[in-house]
Design a protein around this ligand. Structure first.
Ligand code: GZL
Ligand code: ZN
Length: 328
C-alpha cells in the first residue's frame, strides 16, 4: 500500500541531493538512526551498511546512536533526535512494545519515522514506513527444514532464544513452534534467552548441558553469535554437533562466520536474516523527500543455507562459491 507524503519544506536539501556531489553541511538531510546496539555480527554489518549508504557524498548527515541493547537509552536517543529536529528518524526497536508515546511525540514534531529491521507493537498510523525481514517465516523455515532432515526421527530440542521482547525472538520462536506442534515426537525440553550474544549463548548452553546432557539431539540458536557460544560450551563438554555429530545445530542470521561453520559442517542449517537494508530505507526517504508515493511496508528477502552433503527444498547447500558470493 502506498502513501502520499506531504512535501517537506527542505527544498535546499533536495536541490543539493540532486545537483551537487558534495553538499554544504546545512544542506545535508539529517537522519537519526536509533540502532539496537553492537550485540552481534549481524548488527555490526547492519550498522556498517547504514554508514556506507547514508554518507555525506550521498547528501546525508547520519546520526547513528548505538543503544547497547538498552531500551531506555533507545527511547532517549529518539527524543534527542526529536529535540534536534532531525529530518528523518529510523528506529530498530530493541523491544517491540512501549513506543506509542514517543512515536506520537515525533509525529507531533512533524518528523517522519521509519521502523527498520525489527517489528514494533504500535498502530501503523504512528509511524510512516517499515523495512525489515519476516522473522516468523525464518522460524517456520527452520522448522520445515528440521522436519525434512529428521524424517520421522524423534527430536529433543533445546532453544537459545534472542533478546527478550525483541520481535526477532518472538517471530523465530512463534514460527518454529508453529511447525513443531505438528510433530508429536518433537519435544522442546527448554528455551532460554541468550540475548543474541556469544557470551549469552555459551552461558545458556552450559546450563542446558548441566540439566539435559544426554537427553537432547537438536539445539536451535536464534542467532549466529549464540551458536558460537553454544559450540564452545558443547566442545568443552565433549558433545559433538553438526553433520557428523550427535546434535543437529540450527542457527539464524547467516553471517559470514555462521556460513563458514555451515560450510565446515559444524552448523547444519543457518537461516538468513538479511542486514543489508539501508539502501531500501534510503529509497523510501528519497520518495518522501520528493513528495512522491512510497511503499509503507517493504520486506527484505531471506533464504536459508545447509551444510555440504545436505540437500533441501528449503535451503541452499553451502559451497566455497556460495560463501565467496555473500555481501556480509
Ligand atoms: C534480526 C535482528 C537480530 C539478529 C541478531 O532482524 O534484529 O538482532 O538476528 C541481532 O543477530 O542481534
Ligand atoms: Zn555493550
Amino acid at each position: 500500500m502506498k502513501k502520499k507524503f506531504a512535501v517537506m519544506a527542505i527544498a535546499g536539501a533536495a536541490l543539493c541531493m540532486a545537483a551537487m556531489p558534495a553538499c554544504a553541511a546545512e544542506d545535508l538531510i539529517t537522519v537519526g538512526y536509533a540502532q539496537v546496539g553492537h550485540e552481534s555480527d549481524w548488527r555490526t554489518a547492519n550498522t556498517q551498511n547504514y554508514q556506507d549508504v547514508f554518507s555525506e557524498e550521498a547528501g546525508y548527515s547520519l546520526d547513528l546512536v548505538d543503544c547497547d541493547n538498552d531500551n531506555a537509552a533507545q527511547l532517549e536517543a529518539v527524543r534527542t533526535f526529536i529535540n534536534k529536529e532531525m529530518d528523518y528518524i529510523i528506529i530498530a526497536p530493541i523491544q517491540s512494545a512501549g513506543w506509542d508515546t514517543v512515536l506520537q511525540e515525533a509525529q507531533d514534531a512533524g518528523i517522519p519515522v521509519i521502523i527498520a529491521d525489527r517489528e514494533i507493537e504500535a498502530d501503523a498510523s504512528l509511524y510512516d514506513a517499515w523495512v525489515g525481514t519476516n522473522t516468523k517465516n525464518e522460524g517456520i523455515t527452520a522448522g520445515n527444514w528440521l522436519a525434512e532432515y529428521l524424517g520421522d526421527k524423534d527430536a529433543n530440542i533445546l532453544v537459545i532464544e534472542g533478546s527478550v521482547g525483541a520481535s526477532a525472538t518472538i517471530g523465530r520462536t512463534d514460527g518454529f513452534n508453529e511447525v513443531a506442534k505438528d510433530h508429536e515426537n518433537w519435544k522442546i525440553l527448554d528455551s532460554q534467552s541468550g540475548d543474541f550474544t556469544q557470551a549469552g549463548g555459551q552461558e545458556v548452553m552450559e546450563s542446558f548441558i548441566k540439566s539435559y546432557e544426554g537427553q537432547f539431539n537438536v539445539v536451535i540458536c536464534q542467532n549466529d553469535n549464540e551458536a558460537y557460544g553454544a559450540m564452545d560450551a558443547m566442545d568443552a563438554a565433549g558433545i559433538t554437533y553438526g553433520v557428523d555429530g550427535d546434535v543437529t545445530l540450527i542457527s539464524f542470521d547467516a553471517t559470514h562466520d555462521g556460513l563458514q561453520y555451515t560450510l565446515d559442517g559444524k552448523i547444519n542449517c543457518d537461516v538468513e536474516c538479511n542486514p543489508i537494508q539501508a539502501e531500501t530505507v534510503k529509497g523510501v526517504i528519497e520518495k518522501m523527500q520528493a513528495g512522491e508515493e512510497y511503499e509503507e511496508t517493504t520486506l527484505v528477502e531471506d533464504q536459508a543455507f545447509v551444510a555440504p552433503g545436505i540437500t533441501s527444498e528449503y535451503a541452499t547447500t553451502m559451497t566455497d562459491e556460495v560463501l565467496a558470493g555473500r555481501a556480509y
